[in-house]
Design a protein. Structure first.
Length: 205
């Protein structure tokens, strides 16, 4: 499958996260832990006035449900295993099928595997969305480790960081290859610089 890649760099002077119509566009934030996916997904959600679809939030909310799917997901998480594709796929499908997603949405933390990417593309086609635009936040493992250590969350222990990075890197190339439109962003800079680069790249489309 041919893929159009966009390389964004530099600072766009005076750029702000002002609201702007999304045009029924689906944006997907991909990158390793610590790359800033959630922060930039929330900013894009606000700018384009569309929902943020967060895999982490969907998993958290599922814990309060008594459905068989939620019970299975909870069991996987408590056992230290990665959530299987089928489980997270169904949570995402239920979310993007809601009316508030009709005009577009921003995805954070999904898809994480080629199987999830294939599923998402098929569902977007069924829902008559255009090809999604992937914003790939690129950052070195060394900087990821530094950021996560500074963040200081309970799960940001060296062993956990190493495992999560390995999980992401193992699937990264195959997931990206699933999409036609990929914007590559240097995510090593500060938040303002990275935000400006994302907007500049999106405005070129």
């Amino acid at each position: 499958m041919n893929r159009r890649s966009f390389v964004a760099a530099g600072v766009f002077a005076g750029c702000a996260w002002a609201q702007k119509p999304a045009g029924r566009r689906v944006l997907i934030l991909l990158g390793p832990p610590g790359a800033g996916k959630t922060r930039h997904a929330k900013a894009l959600s606000s700018r384009y006035s569309v929902p943020e679809v967060s895999a982490a939030d969907l998993l958290k909310k599922s814990h309060g449900s008594k459905s068989d799917l939620s019970k299975a997901l909870k069991s996987q998480l408590e056992g230290g295993a990665l959530v299987n594709d089928e489980g997270i796929n169904q949570l995402v499908l239920a979310r993007i099928s809601k009316g508030d997603c009709h005009n577009g949405f921003v995805v954070d933390g999904y898809p994480a595997t080629p199987g999830q990417a294939e599923f998402l593309e098929a569902q977007l086609k069924d829902l008559t969305f255009p090809e999604p635009v992937v914003i790939h936040l690129q950052i070195s493992d060394k900087l990821v480790e530094e950021r996560l250590r500074r963040r200081g969350r309970a799960d940001d222990k060296p062993a956990n960081i190493e495992r999560r990075l390995a999980d992401y890197r193992r699937e990264e190339a195959a997931v990206l290859a699933s999409f036609k439109q990929v914007i590559r962003i240097d995510a090593s800079g500060d938040e303002k610089t990275v935000s400006a680069a994302i907007l500049q790249a999106l405005d070129r489309q």
